[in-house]
Design a protein around this ligand. Structure first.
Ligand SMILES: Cc1ncc(COP(=O)(O)O)c(C=O)c1O
Length: 396
């Protein structure tokens, strides 16, 4: 958060009572344009879990060209988005939600399911899918890096289908089932897209991450091309081959086998996305919490603030105080459910009733903590929009 951005947001939000969350639309729009620039002509599919606010998702999809379609988090979310006029929805994770599958089959919503196992196909059949209106499916290839004959695996534990033969065999199984329509292949390289290659104060760690990512990208490029070619031989055609995320856009988009790249986090640019060398989005999402007590010199305690991000428990999952500058979390208390002590010389200047600006470590999870987001343009709040939570939706 630069001083200029902070002063702008302070002026815009002066009348609001913290806690509240806001999105700097100037930064958000600039980030969207930068994601599109990085994709260099490859369409981006909006990862909705990294936004969780319908109004902002519409803004991106209806904005300047570059984004097309949504990568949803759950089937109920995708059905809800379809009810609200969103189309081209791909659920990025397999589902075992029988009532939602029955709804999908009954309604014929514009939703594609992610599959990587026969049991998931059986659930779709059991939900009543028929050849008359086949359910659209995308098969997922494991994009992880395997070393030492598979004894070491790097990357999110997602699909069991790792080599082209395994993906092709599964594609053949899908094609044998008339109630399914195979429309896509997805492979998400989390170890590249979601791991910052410039971790703070860890130059050696950063060098190792970059070496791992370069090796993984090289290996995946060839394997993904071979796997997609095998599926195309069987299926004849595919509507899309999805890859990557905010942290891997250039690499994923450069592969000839890839037709679209998923992205979401780079729009709001949470703290974890400060740690990449190849791009520098502008922080766009903030929350403010009120100082409510001063336990002593060098410490100001604010109400709430304990919005810890998901993932492996570590310091980088904690929210970050960004304004006034010179504040840090107390290592013994962290960010608390009821209160968050803020330490440092800047604390002495804070008084009860002042506000402290914070950033979440991740993007969409902020929306689970606030029912609305105040959208700021220039020095004005232009709109207050509901998050998924604010619309009464708690998908995950
Ligand atoms: C399948 C898939 N694609 C892409 C992404 C990347 O999204 P983002 O751009 O928000 O990092 C994710 C995030 O976890 C994902 O699960």
């Amino acid at each position: 958060m630069t001083l200029a951005q902070h002063e702008r947001l302070e002026r815009a939000c002066a009348e609001l009572t913290p806690p509240f969350a806001c999105v700097d639309l100037d930064a958000f729009d600039a980030n969207a344009a930068d994601l599109v620039r990085r994709a260099a002509g490859t369409p981006l599919r909006l990862a909705s879990k990294s936004v969780r606010c319908r109004a902002l998702q519409r803004r991106v999809l209806d904005g300047p060209p570059g984004f097309r379609g949504t990568l949803a988090l759950t089937l109920p979310e995708a059905l809800w988005l379809a009810d609200h006029g969103f189309d081209d929805l791909v659920v990025g994770y397999p589902t075992a939600d029988r009532p939602a599958l029955a709804r999908l089959v009954g309604e014929g919503a514009p939703v594609t399911l992610m599959v990587d196992a026969v049991q998931q196909l059986d659930l779709i059949a059991a939900a009543g899918a028929t050849a008359v209106a086949p359910v659209r499916v995308c098969i997922e290839l494991d994009a992880g890096l395997r070393l030492f004959g598979g004894r070491v695996r790097i990357g999110a534990k997602r699909s069991p289908l790792h080599d082209p033969d395994a993906l092709a065999a599964f594609a053949a199984e899908v094609l044998r089932r008339p109630e399914l329509r195979l429309v896509g292949v997805m492979a998400y390289e989390s170890q590249i897209a979601g791991v910052g290659d410039a971790p703070r104060a860890r130059p050696v760690g950063g060098a190792l991450i970059r070496a791992m990512q370069a090796a993984s990208a090289r290996e995946l490029r060839a394997r993904r091309a071979a796997a997609v070619a095998r599926v195309l031989e069987l299926a004849g055609s595919l509507e899309f081959v999805n890859a990557g995320g905010t942290g891997s856009i250039e690499r994923s988009a450069s592969e000839p086998a890839v037709t679209e790249v998923a992205a979401g986090s780079g729009l709001l640019a949470p703290a974890l996305f400060d740690r990449y060398r190849g791009f520098a989005p502008t922080p766009a999402a903030f929350f403010a919490i009120p100082v409510v007590r001063r336990p002593g010199p060098g410490v100001a305690t604010a109400l709430g603030g304990g919005y810890v991000a998901s993932g492996p428990p570590a310091r980088d999952r904690l929210p970050e105080p960004v304004y006034p500058p010179g504040l840090r979390l107390d290592p013994r208390e962290g960010a608390g459910e009821a209160q968050t002590p803020l330490l440092g010389p800047a604390a002495d200047a804070l008084r009860v009733g002042d506000r402290v600006w914070m950033r979440h470590a991740k993007a969409g999870e902020l929306g689970e903590r606030f029912s609305s987001l105040f959208l700021v343009s220039g020095e004005r709040i232009v709109e207050e929009v509901a998050t998924y939570r604010g619309e009464g939706c708690c998908f995950l």
